[in-house]
Design a protein around this ligand. Structure first.
Ligand code: NAP
Ligand code: MG
Length: 543
């Protein structure tokens, strides 16, 4: 199976699962025109590298192969990126942002192709793929529109008004390395790169091994939108091999993935003293208060827990429901969950798609079986569905989950939610915070003021009120990221762009020396300075 991507599409019979009946065949054929030529974009020191097969989770059809890069390829990628970066940073900002306004339109123009690609390579339902595509467009528009206000030099307060003038400047760090996961393989690869590029950096991306084409397709569209050649390099292959050489050569490392790997990345980046941002795992709580709008609560629970078949870092896995609403809520949530449609359709006719592959299926099964064997009740789902496709798993609700069961604290990263009955709001907050993670949460209450107060006491980087994770995520002007073991640094908002810059303070003094004041003794200068400080403190405009 070493043939080049454009010509090789025939699935290997041995890899097919015979029990799969309802799964679309011909996925490779459908995605072939989109994949053609993509792997030629990968930076390679040697064109004859081994290749890795990429499979469609819906039916295990091989859809193509991508190069398994080596350390020498990383070196070439970083060199090319570094060469291209200087000219790009020298371009006026409006020329750089123009590329991303075009990218916004191009991504929306290619919506159908992108949805096909994301569904076929990643196995998610079309509506969950749609969230991902829209997110990239929103991100490109937001940072293109706000770049000038974020990046342009700003006057800052100096020691003495009128005499000392200070400016804050932001320079690109240089080459930004990005390591991205398979779960949202288009937005996780491209969205964090967008503000970095606009700020004048070059990118070297290592997408997840399972989903290289969604990332490469997104990069190809960037070039189509006018990004200069070589500015965005991609290396495909295993993170365990390519991570270290990448971190050793770039000026910033952005990582999205598991907390376990994030710690290693952080250590390596720390040794080199390069900046980093880490977007890691979560065990996200949802709090349903007694005064919740019942319909909203059931909607948020059903739509916020199973996105990407639960393989979304910000979807909910723990649900704390106040006792007054518990029975009624649970009955409706179970009924809605059981009614969700599961399948591989490449249209909007199903709600939930497949897990990505065997290891994710195993982990999900393990968590459910472990809970069941230790006394938890399975109220909905709980089974894999090989009759639909090799890695499908039913959306699952558990009750009676206790400390000591794997899914009590560990991230399942599958469509599995534990529901807990809780008496007081204080207890809900305490239990929501009883986790090493702190990524995302949701609060449902009719009392907006109370909900905001509860939200502010939850140690999570984002909290939505009366809606799913979609609202804090798409609030592009505000930062998004994890507290505690869920990460370091933020994406979106001001921080999401300025983290890719080195800030510089340039300060000019029109009086020199400042101290002692020319013509005065040290004693007299001291007295003048002390009097001056007392005066400045009293005048609001000068403080
Ligand atoms: P992962 O195993 O940590 O992999 C993520 C990326 O890191 C992949 O590209 C992977 O390459 C690479 N990698 C693996 N080992 C590495 C190493 N030693 N050095 C450098 N890179 C390495 O995570 P995953 O299983 O793909 O994704 C699921 C996790 O990501 C979940 O915990 C989820 O919560 C988290 N996540 C968080 C966010 C967020 O925004 N906070 C978003 C999405 C996902 P390979 O492909 O070769 O393994
Ligand atoms: Mg992994």
């Amino acid at each position: 199976m070493g043939a080049s991507v454009g010509t090789m599409e025939v699935p290997r019979a041995a890899d097919r699962v015979e029990t799969v009946k309802q799964v679309s065949t011909g996925l490779a054929g459908r995605v072939k025109p989109l994949i053609r030529g993509l792997s030629d974009m990968v930076a390679l020191a040697d064109r004859n590298r081994k290749r890795t097969e990429v499979y469609a989770p819906f039916n295990r059809e091989c859809i193509g192969t991508a190069p398994s890069c080596a350390a020498e390829d990383v070196k070439i990628a970083v060199e090319r990126a570094r060469d291209a970066q200087q000219a790009w940073a020298a371009r006026p900002l409006h020329e750089r942002t123009r590329v991303f306004m075009r990218y916004h339109d191009l991504v929306l123009d290619r919506l159908d192709s992108l949805l096909d690609m994301l569904q076929i390579e990643g196995g998610k339902s079309r509506q969950h793929a749609l969230e991902e595509v829209l997110d990239v467009a929103i991100n490109a528009r937001y940072y293109a529109a706000h770049a000038a206000e974020l990046l342009n030099p700003k006057r800052r307060q100096g020691l003495i008004p009128l005499i000392v003038k200070s400016w804050e400047l932001h320079h690109p760090v240089g080459v930004v390395g990005i390591i991205s996961p398979w779960n949202y393989p288009f937005t996780m690869a491209v969205s964090d790169a967008i503000p970095a590029l606009i700020a004048g950096n070059a990118i070297v991306l290592k997408p997840a091994d399972l989903t290289p084409f969604s990332a490469l397709y997104g990069v190809r569209l960037l070039y189509e939108a006018g990004l200069p050649g070589d500015l965005f390099q991609v290396i495909t292959g295993r993170g365990s091999l390519l991570g270290t050489p990448l971190i050793d050569q770039v000026d910033f490392i952005g990582f999205t993935g598991s907390t376990e790997v994030g710690r290693k990345i952080g250590e390596q980046a720390g040794r080199r003293l390069i900046k980093q941002s880490l977007e890691l795992g979560g065990k996200n709580p949802m709090l349903v208060l007694d005064d919740a709008d019942f319909e909203k609560a059931v909607y948020v629970a059903t739509h916020g827990s199973y996105a990407g078949a639960g393989q979304l870092c910000i979807s909910y896995e723990r649900m704390y429901v106040q006792s007054g609403i518990y029975d009624r809520f649970l009955e409706a949530f179970v009924a809605r969950t059981k009614a969700l449609r599961l399948g591989p359709a490449l249209d909007f006719s199903v709600d939930i798609g497949s897990l990505i592959g065997p290891s994710q299926l195993e982990k999900t099964l393990e968590h459910v079986d472990d809970a069941r064997s230790k006394g938890a009740q399975v109220l909905a789902g709980g089974r894999s569905r090989p009759d639909i496709g090799p890695y499908f798993f039913e959306p699952t609700i558990l009750s009676g989950v206790t400390e000591g069961m794997q899914c009590y604290r560990e991230e399942t990263f599958g469509p599995v939610v534990s529901v807990y009955k809780v008496d007081s709001v204080e207890e809900m907050i305490a239990r929501a915070n009883d986790s090493e993670y702190g990524l995302n949460a949701s609060v449902i209450s009719r009392d907006e003021r109370k909900a905001v107060d509860v939200a502010s006491r939850i140690r999570c980087g984002t909290v939505s009120i009366n809606e799913t994770y979609q609202v804090p995520w798409s609030a592009m002007g505000a930062p998004m990221g994890g507290m505690k073991d869920s990460g370091l640094g933020r994406r979106h908002g001001i921080e999401g762009m300025l983290k890719y810059t080195e800030s510089q303070n340039i300060t000019l003094s029109r009086m020199s020396p400042l101290f002692p004041i020319p013509g005065l003794s040290i004693e007299a200068s001291t007295a003048a300075f002390v009097a001056g400080l007392r005066l400045i403190k009293r005048i609001p405009g000068l403080r």
